[in-house]
Design a protein around this ligand. Structure first.
Ligand code: SF4
Length: 203
């Protein structure tokens, strides 16, 4: 574990957030699966990290009721799933950035993901690759803006950044940057845990 990860883990714990580090994704996923009970419902935010680790499939296979809007077939179904995810027992997400002071920094278009990370589900598990750790808040916001175009392209959105790879603080109807949240300390009604994995995951 490098010094930056050590500082981040210590900060998170000081902020009242449970924090764990795993060198590889396999042990992290096993830990996560053991932390979700068989009967619990699970909401999942739009996250390449969670998807790339195969977690939705593992939970569904095990019999957990999973609310993950990326599995929906229609926009109406997507919205229904987003509402159910906010009320799930457990919520899984990544974070757009995590500072060495333990701040979870996120920018969202709709806001369902950031809302669910703060209030609703009793337990929130955030999975974070080491590529998302930044020195401070300025670096976190820059990291997010520098990478938003990748999500815009993945979602086939017609935003300026999807074409130029740069943010122009647009007024596009499909703008992805409508809500910015900084979780500074453990939200008082939510059992928040951050699982850092020692590899690059997500954007
Ligand atoms: S504000 Fe617009 S251009 Fe800038 S990153 Fe967000 S969606 Fe892209």
């Amino acid at each position: 574990m490098n010094e930056s990860v050590k500082r981040t883990l210590e900060s998170l714990k000081r902020n009242g957030v449970n924090a764990k580090y795993f060198e590889g994704s396999e042990s992290a996923v096993n830990y996560l699966m053991n932390n979700i009970k068989n009967g619990e419902t699970v909401g999942i935010g739009g996250s390449m990290t969670v998807k790339s680790l195969g977690i939705p499939e593992k939970l569904i296979e095990r019999g957990n009721k999973v609310h993950f809007h990326w599995l929906a077939k229609t926009p109406e179904e997507m919205d229904e799933i987003r509402y159910n995810a906010v009320k799930a027992d457990v919520y899984l997400s990544s974070t757009n950035a995590l500072t060495e002071s333990g701040q979870l920094v996120n920018i969202d278009g709709i806001g369902n993901r950031v809302a669910s990370m703060i209030f609703g589900p009793k337990k929130v598990l955030v999975i974070c690759g080491i590529n998302k750790i930044t020195k401070d808040l300025d670096a976190a916001l820059k990291r997010i803006k520098d990478n938003t175009y990748k999500n815009a392209r993945r979602l086939k959105l017609d935003t300026p950044c999807a074409h130029t790879e740069k943010c122009s603080d647009c007024r596009s109807p499909q703008r992805m940057c409508n809500v910015t949240t900084i979780i500074e300390r453990k939200p008082s009604k939510t059992d928040l845990e951050v699982i850092i994995i020692g590899q690059e995951l997500g954007y």
